[in-house]
Design a protein around this ligand. Structure first.
Ligand SMILES: Nc1ncnc2c1ncn2[C@@H]1O[C@H](COP(=O)(O)OP(=O)(O)OP(=O)(O)O)[C@@H](O)[C@H]1O
Length: 252
């Protein structure tokens, strides 16, 4: 299978400090890879470098975009502040199409309405709402719809559920898992929480002080961690829900 994203021996630093030191990672087409590590391990730096906001010192990032214009879209930790508070939800979701001048206004709004429905938000109820009136889970669904409107090959999610209540976390993770299956999306999910990664990722890479210290099949890494740092992360994450909840619409 082709890899959508290949990161090869990436070195990134700020000033004289190296924060990613030879990181290699790949995401297969249609796959979901988790990247876990404590605060300060370099997770956000990796995300910023992949989307081009941070220049690497060395190494390579290859994206097999399958000819798409916007191969990677990002979903951020804090959904409310990532959405324009002055626009209606429908305009927020349609905005990437508006910027690219795709279709008529009517067509863009229709696409946005379809995507709202796809992420479990009733368009009748939510299209004209302002992002500030939404719950965290609803706002993250809007952010996911907005990311999908650009038809990306890869969704890069940086702590996508860590600002949400635990029950809402599971619903949003289920939505991402469903989208992966239905839209053929590939996912790179960054989290400090192994429980989050366990719910969604096939394989996991463990980042410690800028280096990948362990990687492999998620269940193997969780049931038989080889590196002391992975064991430490597991001890810090006592709740490891493994059940996939039925797909639930966001009502809160
Ligand atoms: N713009 C910057 N300038 C200088 N140092 C930075 C900058 N951004 C991050 N760092 C440092 O780089 C290291 C890695 O930070 P990064 O934010 O990538 O880690 P992280 O794993 O995402 O942590 P967190 O979850 O707390 O954001 C940290 O020590 C941080 O202080």
């Amino acid at each position: 299978m082709n890899d959508v994203l290949t990161i090869d021996d990436l070195v990134v630093g700020y000033g004289d400090r190296i924060v990613l030191d030879g990181v290699s990672l790949s995401v297969p087409a249609g796959g979901c890879v988790g990247l876990v590590g404590e605060s300060g391990s370099g997770k956000s730096t990796l995300a910023r470098t992949v989307i081009g906001l941070q220049k690497p010192r060395s190494g390579a990032i290859r994206v097999d975009d399958g000819g798409m214009d916007h191969p990677i879209q990002m979903v951020f930790q804090d959904p409310i502040s990532s959405l324009n508070p002055h626009r209606s939800v429908i305009d927020v979701v349609a905005e990437p199409l508006t910027i690219r001048g795709e279709g008529t206004r009517q067509q863009r709004r229709e696409t946005a309405r379809e995507l709202l429905a796809r992420v479990g938000l009733d368009p009748e109820r939510f299209a004209d709402a302002r992002p500030g009136t939404l719950s965290g889970g609803q706002a993250q669904r809007v952010a996911i719809a907005r990311a999908l409107v650009a038809r990306p090959a890869l969704l890069l999610c940086d702590e996508p559920v860590s600002s949400l209540d635990v029950s809402v976390q599971a619903r949003v993770l289920n939505l991402l898992a469903d989208l992966r299956e239905e839209v053929g999306l590939s996912l790179l999910v960054i989290s400090h929480d192994l429980a989050v990664v366990r719910m969604i990722a096939d394989s996991v890479a463990v980042l410690c002080e800028g280096r990948i210290v362990e990687s492999g099949d998620t269940e193997r890494v969780i049931s038989a961690p080889e590196h002391p740092y992975t064991r430490q992360l597991l001890e810090a994450a006592p709740r490891l829900p493994h059940l996939k909840l039925p797909h639930l619409k966001e009502t809160r």
